[in-house]
Design a protein around this ligand. Structure first.
Ligand SMILES: *Cc1c(COP(=O)(O)O)cnc(C)c1O
Length: 635
């Protein structure tokens, strides 16, 4: 509905819940642009898009904003420091970043650099991750927590890490790892620092809840725990057992479940201490959630707590329990992955095309019009709220009749096209009526969605946003400009893979959790329309695959300056077509050679000229070296 009151940028911000999920990192300016914000600066994302274009990169681009990662590490460490002060807690906090959440070298380097002032360390689950960390981390005293199954080589890497000044812990996932650790540490003469991962009974809600509970794949049962303690005792190494580890799952929406998990972990800690273990670290794993929907609720894609509450609840629960058992306060460790990196990355892409489901070219009725068309036109004469169900049924009935007649060859393509258009016209008018009705008839519940536009975006869901497809994850999506104009269309998004699963048709809604269409602007001729998918820094980058051979996107890292300018810190060119083909074992050189032969044969057989051959080879070569996504013409 268009009203005469001008639309404002504030209305758009509210419509897209920008400030509910933006976590103070995203805002808007008076010109209707979405901005990236940090403490002392604010830069429109469109400025950065322009900078990207000037550097000859086309969309889609994964944009990382360094300051946001920096600020998130700051907020996490400072929030724990404050909670520790407020609660009178007698020890410190040490964070580690679980590298599996984003293993990209750039991100790991930034975390090591920005985290150094807090001795922020890493959690690793494989030798490859361990090696990535050992070659990046510099700050002595930082923690390295090793989870996952560890062979002798892995153990040696960890022992060396301790020797050169890191605090590296081997967290036992099974008792069978222990003999290897004991053997290697004795052979190298380096004392191991050992942790145990306990299986928790606290159940948490949300998508990622299977890590906890009796059947959780990770962690030691109580029987195995006793076994480990006894083995260590036998080797007079119980003093090496310094860390208790648990991980309840990722994206825990409810603070009560976190508190309950912490209390359970503390019970293990207290009794292992009684058994004689020299515990001094309690590692609570990940789970700190991101409020993707902005709902501030226990909905699985949200959270009902702030970072401050999370920290205070943890510190306070540990203090209370430890004081009760008269045990010294341990160093608190958490392994926040998602919350650390999600905010810093966003996917930016342009819209290539729109498909609308609006009636077009409705001709006036003619004398000898087919009677089914007349029936359809009649529906509009009795359409009103009381008869809306009847009209809906009739429209479907007559359309079906026409489709049948077409199949039998009794009407032609043009007649059918008029019928389909009449049908859409009727459905739009029914939808307008239904929108005003207090209760929507069940038949017509998905009517608006079924009439929504399809906006085709220049991106691959499978490559850049795999969790939307895999686990129905929701991310905030919105245009990054034109917020001062009213978005008058309702749309779903399709990617360019032409796979029917390559679509986004669920969008965040802070009040209902999710909605099926996204309000968007009408495209303007000759002007690109840019959308951003936000909070994608966690888990999306390395999970992505080469569906339809769409490769890695360009990645651009920027640093915002306090004067409102920004620096391009790093640029990584996305995959070329030759790159993605070689991932699936093609040999680009050989392919060129074969194509050359085919073209040469065509010359020989007189089908093309030598000059045409030259042009074709040039085009082939340029494509091989080009981006896998849709590129604007450069002629
Ligand atoms: C995946 C994982 C994490 C990260 O959890 P987030 O919820 O992303 O913070 C932490 N610790 C372990 C052991 C994990 O497997």
């Amino acid at each position: 509905m268009h009203s005469s009151v001008p639309w404002t940028t504030e209305q758009s911000a509210e419509l897209y819940s920008l400030e509910r999920w933006g976590n103070d990192y995203f805002g808007y300016d008076k010109d209707g642009f979405v901005t990236a914000k940090t403490l002392n600066t604010e830069v429109p994302l469109m400025d950065i898009v322009q900078g990207i274009a000037e550097r000859d990169m086309s969309m889609p681009v994964l944009l990382r904003i360094e300051n946001i990662l920096d600020a998130q590490l700051f907020r996490l460490n400072e929030a724990f420091a404050r909670a520790i002060k407020v609660c009178g807690y007698q020890n410190k906090y040490r964070g580690v970043f679980p590298i599996k959440v984003n293993q990209q070298a750039q991100v790991v380097e930034e975390i090591a650099a920005f985290g150094a002032r807090y001795q922020h360390g890493f959690e690793v689950g494989s030798k490859a991750e361990m090696i990535a960390v050992l070659s990046t981390l510099e700050e002595p005293g930082s923690l390295i927590v090793c989870n996952g199954y560890k062979d002798a080589e892995f153990v040696e890497l960890g022992l060396h890490a301790n020797k050169i000044g890191f605090n590296c812990f081997f967290v036992l996932e099974t008792p069978s790892e222990l003999p290897i650790i004991i053997e290697r540490s004795q052979a190298l003469g380096i004392r191991p620092r050992i942790g145990v991962r306990v299986k928790m009974t606290t159940q948490v809600s949300g998508h990622w809840n299977t890590t906890s509970g009796d059947r959780g794949v990770f962690g030691l049962s109580t029987t195995q725990l006793i076994d480990v303690v006894d083995q260590l005792k036998q080797h007079e190494m119980l003093d090496c057992l310094e860390l208790l580890h648990c991980h309840l799952g990722s994206q825990i929406p409810n603070i009560r479940e976190i508190r309950s998990g912490v209390v359970e972990a503390c019970r293990f800690y207290a009794d292992l201490t009684k058994e004689g273990a020299a515990l001094s670290y309690i590692d609570l794993g990940g789970g700190l959630a991101v409020d993707y929907t902005g709902a501030r609720s226990t909905d699985g894609q949200s959270r009902n707590y702030t970072l401050e509450e999370y920290c205070e609840d943890i510190v306070d629960s540990i203090k209370t329990t430890m004081d009760r058992y008269d045990i010294a306060h341990p160093t608190i460790v958490t392994e926040s992955g998602r919350a650390t990196v999600a905010y810093a990355s966003m996917l930016l892409f342009n819209i290539l095309d729109v498909n609308t489901f609006e009636p077009t070219n409705l001709p006036e009725p003619t004398e000898n019009e087919h009677e089914q068309l007349r029936h359809m036109r009649d529906i509009l004469t009795y359409l009103r709220p009381q008869r809306v169900q009847e009209c809906f049924n009739d429209a479907h009935f007559h359309r079906q009749e026409i489709r049948e007649l077409f199949k039998r060859g009794q009407i032609d393509l043009r007649t059918r096209s008029i019928a389909e258009n009449l049908f859409l016209d009727i459905l739009h008018k029914i939808a307008d009526i239904v929108d005003q009705m207090p209760r929507v008839p069940s038949d017509m519940e998905g009517l608006r969605e079924s009439l929504a536009d399809i906006y085709y975006g220049n991106f691959s869901l499978f490559q850049s946003l795999p969790d939307i497809w895999a686990i129905e994850q929701l991310f905030p999506v919105m245009p990054i400009h034109r917020l001062d104009e009213e978005p008058t269309r309702q749309a779903v998004l399709a990617d360019i893979t032409c796979d029917c699963d390559g679509k986004i048709d669920r969008f965040i809604d802070p009040w209902t959790g999710a909605k099926n269409t996204l309000p968007l602007h009408e495209l303007k001729r000759g002007e690109d329309y840019y959308l951003g998918v936000f909070l994608v820094g966690a888990y999306q980058e390395t999970l992505g695959d080469l569906h339809n051979l769409f490769g890695d996107t360009h990645v651009v890292s920027v640093r915002l300056n306090s004067d409102g300018s920004y620096d391009f810190v790093k640029e990584i060119q996305g995959d070329t077509i030759a790159d993605v083909l070689s991932y699936v074992e093609y040999q680009p050189k050989e392919m060129l050679e074969r194509y050359r032969k085919t073209a040469e044969r065509a010359v020989r057989e007189g089908r093309i000229t030598v000059r045409e051959r030259q042009q074709m080879m040039k085009a082939f070569n340029a494509s091989m070296q080009g981006y896998t996504y849709y590129e604007e013409e450069h002629y």
